[in-house]
Ligand binder design. Structure first.
Ligand code: PMV
Length: 360
C-alpha cells in the first residue's frame, strides 16, 4: 500500500487557515537502533504512546500559487529555537513531494511541550508526529477528504518517520509496531501499525510509566549519530537477530499476559541498546551514575516485593519505570521514598499509556 496516494490530485490553489494537533511521545519496549537511507529501520520496534508527555503544534498556513515555500516563524514554548527550527525547515523541504501544496506555502509554527526537549524523552517523536498530522489535515481540508480513516493516519505515520524514525509510532493508542516483522503481516518499514486488541492481553491496556528525570541536559551524542555508528558496528547483524527474537518473545508475553517475560524482554532491550552505544566506535555512555543507582533500587524492589515492574531507557540517562495500574500506589511510594533523590531536582513524570493524538 502507498500511504501517499492522495497526492496525485493534491490541490495547489489558494488557501489559508490553521490546523492544530496534540501528539504524544512514545516509549519503545523493543528498540529501533540503526537505520538505512530514507529512515528505514535496521530492525522492527514496538512501543506505546504516553498520556502526559505531549506536544501541541499549530500551523498557520497561507498558500498561493505565486508563493515559494517559506517557514515564516517557529516557536517552541513561546521562544525561538534556532536548532530545532532548522531541523523542521529541512524536514518540510524534504517532504514537498508528499504534499504538493507545500511548495507554495508560507507556514508559521507554534508549539508547546510538556517535557524537556532533547533530554532523551522522545520529544522529536511527539513534534514530528504532530507536524505530520497538521500537514495531512491541511491537505485533507483542501481535498475534502476524511481525517478519521486509516489512510490518513498511515500517511501521517509515513511522513512523521521522515522527520524522526520513532515519530511514526506516535500516531496510535495501544501497542504500536514499526518495521517489517514476519509475525505481523501488515507491518512495514515505512510506517507503523497498531497491534490488534486480540494480540494484547487486557492487563497491558493500562500500563504506566514513571519517568525519572535523572538529567535533562542536552545529550553529548545525538540519536542520529548513534544510529550512524551502527553501520560499522561489530554486533550489527547479531543485534538485528536479537531484536527480531525479542519482538517474538514480547508478542508472546503481550498476548499471553505474561508479565514476567514482558519485564525480562523490556530490560534486556534497554541494556542491549546502551551496550551497543558503549561498544560503538567511538564508544560512549549516556547513562549517568544515578541511572545505575536507580536501576539497582528498582531490581531489588522487584525481587523483594514480587511486583512486576521494569525499567527501560531511550537514548539518554532517564529511566522509564514501566508498571501496571494496580501497582501504581506502590510505585509512587517507591519513587517518593527511594528514587526521587536520584532525579534532577527531584523531577519525575507520573505518566501512563495514552490514547494517541488529538486535533484541537
Ligand atoms: O527516532 P530517533 O531517531 O530519535 O531514534 C530513537 C531511538 C530510540 O529512542 C533509542 C529507540 C526507539 O525505538 O525509540
Amino acid at each position: 500500500m502507498n500511504p501517499d496516494k492522495q497526492d496525485k490530485n493534491a490541490y495547489t490553489g489558494k488557501a489559508s487557515g490553521r490546523q492544530c494537533w496534540e501528539s504524544p511521545s512514545n516509549i519503545a519496549l523493543v528498540k529501533y537502533w540503526g537505520k538505512y537511507p530514507g529512515q528505514i529501520p535496521m530492525n522492527p520496534s514496538l512501543s506505546f504512546v504516553l498520556k502526559e508527555s505531549v506536544i501541541r503544534i499549530c500551523i498557520d498556513y497561507d498558500i498561493k500559487p505565486e508563493y515559494s515555500f517559506k517557514l515564516t516563524g517557529f516557536k517552541l514554548n513561546g521562544q525561538q529555537n534556532e536548532g530545532f527550527a532548522r531541523r523542521i525547515e529541512s524536514f518540510l523541504t524534504g517532504i514537498q513531494t508528499h504534499f504538493l501544496f507545500l511548495k507554495h506555502a508560507r507556514l508559521k509554527i507554534t508549539s508547546e511541550s510538556t517535557f524537556p526537549h532533547s533530554a532523551g524523552i522522545a520529544s522529536s517523536a511527539a513534534a514530528f508526529s504532530a507536524l505530520a498530522l497538521c500537514l495531512c489535515s491541511i491537505e485533507a481540508k483542501q481535498l475534502g477528504t476524511n481525517t478519521k480513516n486509516r489512510e490518513f493516519l498511515q500517511k501521517a505515520s509515513f511522513v512523521s518517520r521522515l522527520g524522526s524514525g520513532s515519530a511514526c509510532r506516535s500516531l496510535y493508542d495501544g501497542m504500536v509496531l514499526w518495521g517489517e516483522s514476519e509475525f505481523i503481516h501488515e507491518s512495514s518499514d515505512e510506517y507503523a501499525v497498531r497491534l490488534d486488541n486480540e494480540r494484547v492481553h487486557s492487563d497491558f491496556y493500562t500500563l504506566r510509566d514513571a519517568i525519572l528525570i535523572i538529567d535533562d541536559g542536552t545529550k553529548p551524542v545525538s540519536s542520529s549519530e548513534g544510529h550512524a555508528l551502527m553501520h560499522q558496528h561489530p554486533f550489527r547483524e547479531v543485534r538485528k537477530q536479537q531484536a527480531h527474537g525479542n519482538l517474538k518473545k514480547l508478542l508472546l508475553a503481550l498476548s499471553g499476559g505474561n508479565k514476567k517475560l514482558f519485564c525480562e524482554i523490556v530490560e534486556n532491550e534497554a541494556l542491549s541498546l546502551h551496550s551497543l552505544m558503549m561498544s560503538s566506535n567511538p564508544g560512549y555512555l549516556l547513562m549517568k551514575p544515578n541511572t545505575i543507582h536507580a536501576i539497582d533500587v528498582i531490581r531489588r524492589f522487584r525481587v523483594s516485593t514480587n511486583i512486576p515492574l521494569c525499567f527501560t531507557l531511550d537514548a539518554g540517562p532517564n529511566i522509564h519505570l514501566i508498571h501496571f495500574e494496580e501497582d501504581r500506589q506502590a510505585v509512587r511510594e517507591l519513587v517518593q521514598n527511594e528514587l526521587k533523590d536520584f532525579c534532577k531536582e527531584g523531577k519525575w513524570i507520573d505518566d501512563s499509556m495514552g490514547n494517541g493524538p488529538k486535533q484541537f
